[in-house]
Design a protein around this ligand. Structure first.
Ligand code: GLY
Length: 282
């Protein structure tokens, strides 16, 4: 099986992002997908999605890890999840604070029966496992917070789906949330609506968490592929179902037969893939 990978960095925000930021995001996605694709040659899909998402979290252009959005009370709370399509194990952290890479805490939780933790308990689990204090706030996010964030800039998440040489699929997703939300609000990213995979397909979502959860989006697409639809048809049919309530979402996915696909409901998700050749949003 030829290893394949696709990543996303959330949505480009027409009102908040400049042309300079668009180019910077494009270059960052090219570098990260190239590095992660190289890594995938000698590592499993599972290890690769964790690695790729950690690189996306470390890049302050994206809303995950460093550079996460700030919530209405001035704090940053992050969520991340991993799903191994082979073992069907899902792990995640919800609303964790003061951690550098939430995806690595989700990785640690893969070894535990209680594999999804939230809030202070997630942070205390992380500290017990050697994750040091880290402040993910950037000056630019603080400025946006002070300006109270425009509606259209409130969408961003990062994600990666990979298919490895053994034909195994995995997916990881990480987010700083939608920005300026009520503390306690739960993102889709660490749920099966935003991050789901099995032996047939794996999907990572970005967009407005409430819309994605209402559609059970990632789990629904994967179920449709499992029941025989192509990845494209499963994504397109599920995205059509967002239309009656103007749901705002973008998805990336790979199916076990090697189909790589991405689509979004509104302009426009930033993504890059490596499936034989490098492709990136323009
Ligand atoms: N998709 C990220 C969020 O709504 O929090």
């Amino acid at each position: 099986m030829q290893p394949k990978i696709i990543i996303h960095g959330g949505f480009f925000s027409e009102s908040a992002d400049t042309e300079e930021i668009r180019i910077a995001k494009r270059n960052a996605l090219i570098n990260i997908v190239t590095e992660a694709h190289e890594y995938l040659q000698n590592n499993s899909a599972l290890k690769t999605v964790i690695y790729a998402v950690s690189l996306l979290e470390d890049c302050e252009l994206f809303n995950a890890g460093l550079g996460s959005q700030i919530q209405s009370d001035g704090k940053i709370r992050m969520s991340a999840a991993i799903m191994d399509g082979f073992s069907k194990k899902f792990s995640g952290v919800i609303n964790i604070e003061e951690i550098k890479n939430p995806v690595f805490v989700a990785e640690k939780l893969m070894d535990y029966e209680d594999s999804v933790l939230s809030g202070a308990e997630a942070q205390s689990f992380a500290r017990q496992h050697g994750f040091q204090y880290y402040n993910p706030e950037t000056e630019s996010r603080r400025r946006s917070y002070i300006e109270k964030l425009s509606e259209s800039s409130r969408v961003g998440t990062v994600g990666c789906v990979a298919l490895d040489a053994e034909g195994k699929l995995a997916v990881a997703t990480s987010t700083g949330g939608k920005g300026f939300e009520v503390p306690g609000r739960v993102s889709d990213s660490a749920t099966v609506a935003g991050n789901f995979g099995n032996d047939f397909a794996a999907i990572s979502c970005t967009g407005v968490g409430e819309d994605i959860v209402s559609a059970a989006l990632a789990a629904k697409i994967v179920t449709r592929v499992t029941d025989g639809l192509s990845l494209k048809d499963a994504c397109d049919r599920s995205m059509n179902e967002l239309k009656p309530y103007d749901g705002f979402a973008g998805v990336i996915g790979i199916s076990a037969d090697g189909e790589v696909y991405h689509t979004d409901s509104h302009p426009f998700m930033v993504w890059a893939s490596y499936a034989g050749t490098l492709e990136v949003f323009s």
